[in-house]
Design a binder for this molecule. Structure first.
Ligand code: ADP
Length: 489
C-alpha cells in the first residue's frame, strides 16, 4: 500500500507531470498526422497546379479534343509513381486513368462536384476507396473558352504509406512519453526513498528513545548533509540530553533520599534515647544535646522539603511572589547574621561590612530573596574548606549606576571547572559530588532572581574560588501596577 509522502507526491506532483506528458504526446501525435496530411495535400496541389500551366493555352472545341489532349498529358506525366491521374468527362465520369484501369462506377468521390460548384475550379477528397485503401485526391476542372466544363483531371494518392509513417511516429512519441514517465517515477521514488527511509528510521529510534532506550540514538545515521542530517543530529543531541537529564534525575532522587534519611536517622536515634530518659537514665546535658540535634535536624529536613516544594512550583509555573517595597540590605544583613555562628563552627572566616549608606528600596518578595541569599551563602560556606574565607558585600553607586543594587559573595573554596560552570544553574546538576546537596538550589535561586527581573551571575576558578553576583533593579514608582499577577498569593 502506497502511503505517506509517496502517496502525497503521487497525487500532487506525479499526476500533474503525467497529465502534462500525456497532453504533450497527444498534441505531438496530432501535429505529426496533420503535418503528413498537409504535406501530401501540398504535393497533390502543386502537381495539379501544373495543369493550369499545361492547359493554359488550351482551347477545346469539344470534349473529344480534351480527351485527346489529356491522354497526351497522362502519357507524358512523369510522376506516375507518386500519383494516379484520372481524366473525367464533363459529367464527372472517369474515362481514362494513368494505370489503365477504370474505377468502379460505385466509387463515390465528391471532389468533381465540389470543384465544379466552388468557383475556383478545384477541390479535394479524402476517404477510403472501395478497395479499402485510404486515399486523397484533388480534381481540377478544365473549361473551354466559353467557360463551359469540358472535363476534369483528378490526381489521386494513397494515404496508406503516410498512415504507416504517422503510426510509426506516434508509437515513437508514445514510447518516449512512457520512457519519460518511467524516468520521473524512478527518480522521484528514489528521491522520496532517500527522505522516507531515514525519517522512518529516525521515528523508530525516537519511539525507542521515548520508551527509555537511549542507545537507539546510536543507530541514527547522519547520511546526508541537509535538513534530514540536521534533524538526525537534533534527535541524537536530544537523546543525549535526555539521557543526561534522566541520569541527573536518578542521581537527584537517590541524593535527596539520602539527605532525608540522614536527619531522620539522627532524630529517630535521639528520640529513642530520650524515651529512655523518661525512665531517668539520661542526664540533663545529654537531654539538651539530643533536643538540639532533633531541632536542628528537623529544621534541615524542613529546608530540604521546602526546597523540593519550591522546585515543584517552579517546574509547574506555580511560583507566586508576594512583592512589596523592601530594604534589601536589612534582609541580607539578617541572613549573614544567621550564618555567622555556622561559619565559626566550620572554621571559615565570614567577612561582611555593613555599609552605612542609605539604599533605595527594591520591589520583591522578602522570604524568597532571603532564600536566594541563604542558598548563595550556604554554597560559599559549604564549598570552602576550613581556614578559607567568604566575603560578602552589598553595593550601590548612586552616581554611576543608580538603577541597580548588587550583592557580591566571594569565597576561596574549591571553585568550579570551566566545563561545569555553564551548567551549575541547571536543575539537578552537581559539579561537586563529594559535598551534600540536592543540586536544585541554584536553579531555584536563579528562577527567583528572574522573577524579580534580576540576575544571578557566577564566576569561578577551579581551586581559586567562586564569586556570585546578584543584581537587583531598584524600585521604580508605580512598579506594583506593572505585573500584578506576581503580587497576589
Ligand atoms: P547543591 O545542593 O549541590 O549545592 P546548587 O544548585 O546550590 O546545588 O549548586 C549546584 C552546583 O554548583 C553544586 O553542586 C556545586 O558543584 C556548584 N557550586 C555552587 N556554588 C558553589 C561555590 N560557591 N563553590 C564551588 N562550587 C559551587
Amino acid at each position: 500500500m502506497i502511503k505517506g509522502i509517496t502517496k502525497r507526491w503521487m497525487l500532487n506532483t506525479l499526476s500533474v507531470i503525467i497529465t502534462i506528458i500525456i497532453l504533450l504526446v497527444v498534441i505531438l501525435i496530432f501535429a505529426v498526422s496533420y503535418l503528413f496530411q498537409s504535406q501530401i495535400e501540398g504535393e497533390l496541389h502543386s502537381a495539379s497546379n501544373e495543369l493550369s500551366v499545361v492547359f493554359s493555352g488550351f482551347q477545346a472545341e469539344n470534349a473529344s479534343e480534351f480527351t485527346t489532349a489529356s491522354r497526351d498529358y497522362i502519357e507524358n506525366f512523369d510522376n506516375k509513381e507518386q500519383f494516379g491521374v484520372m481524366v473525367l468527362n464533363s459529367s464527372g465520369r472517369v474515362v481514362l486513368t494513368s494505370t489503365g484501369f477504370l474505377p468502379s462506377e460505385d466509387e463515390k468521390m465528391t471532389d468533381f462536384e465540389e470543384a465544379k460548384a466552388n468557383g475556383n475550379g478545384y477541390a479535394f477528397w479524402n476517404g477510403r476507396l472501395l478497395s479499402g485503401e485510404l486515399a486523397m485526391s484533388e480534381t481540377r476542372i478544365i473549361t473551354d473558352e466559353n467557360h463551359n466544363v469540358v472535363g476534369a483531371l483528378r490526381y489521386i494518392v494513397s494515404m496508406d504509406p503516410a498512415r504507416t509513417r504517422t503510426l510509426f511516429y506516434s508509437a515513437t512519441i508514445i514510447a518516449v512519453g512512457i520512457g519519460v514517465i518511467a524516468m520521473v517515477i524512478l527518480s522521484g521514488l528514489s528521491f522520496i526513498r532517500s527522505i522516507v527511509k531515514p525519517i522512518r528510521r529516525l521515528s523508530d529510534a525516537a519511539a525507542q528513545i521515548a520508551q527509555g532506550d537511549f542507545s537507539a540514538s546510536e543507530k541514527i545515521e547522519h547520511k546526508y548533509n541537509d535538513e534530514i542530517g540536521d534533524l538526525c543530529d537534533a534527535v541524537s543531541d536530544m537523546a543525549k540530553d535526555l539521557q543526561t537529564t534522566e541520569q541527573m534525575k536518578n542521581d537527584f532522587i537517590s541524593r535527596v533520599s539520602h539527605e532525608l534519611r540522614t536527619p531522620l536517622t539522627a532524630i529517630k536515634g535521639w528520640a529513642e534515647t530520650m524515651q529512655l530518659s523518661e525512665r531517668g537514665t539520661l542526664d540533663r546535658r545529654t537531654f539538651d544535646r539530643g533536643m538540639g540535634v532533633i531541632i536542628r535536624e528537623s529544621t534541615r529536613l524542613t529546608g530540604i522539603v521546602e526546597e523540593l516544594l519550591d522546585f515543584g512550583r517552579i517546574q509547574s509555573g506555580r511560583m507566586v511572589l508576594m512583592k512589596e517595597k523592601i530594604d534589601i540590605l536589612a534582609e541580607f544583613d539578617e541572613t549573614v547574621y544567621m550564618l555567622k555562628e555556622r561559619a565559626v563552627e566550620e572554621g571559615v572566616h565570614l567577612l561582611y561590612d555593613d555599609p552605612d549608606i542609605m539604599f533605595p528600596p527594591i520591589y520583591g518578595d522578602r522570604n524568597r530573596l532571603r532564600q536566594v541569599f541563604l542558598n548563595v551563602l550556604d554554597n560559599a560556606l559549604k564549598y570552602t574548606p576550613k581556614g578559607g574565607m567568604v566575603a560578602a558585600q552589598v553595593l550601590y553607586n548612586k552616581e554611576e549606576n543608580p538603577d541597580v543594587i548588587k550583592i557580591i559573595v566571594t569565597d576561596t573554596g574549591c571553585g568550579i571547572s570551566p566545563e561545569d560552570l555553564p551548567r551549575v544553574k541547571e536543575k539537578f546538576f552537581k559539579a561537586n559530588q563529594t559535598v551534600g546537596g540536592s543540586g536544585i538550589g541554584l536553579a531555584v535561586a536563579d528562577e527567583i532572581m528572574n522573577l524579580h527581573n534580576g540576575k544571578l551571575d557566577i564566576e569561578s576558578g577551579e581551586g581559586v574560588g567562586t564569586t556570585v553576583t546578584l543584581t537587583f533593579p531598584v524600585y521604580k514608582e508605580g512598579e506594583e501596577n506593572e505585573n500584578p499577577e506576581t503580587v497576589k498569593l
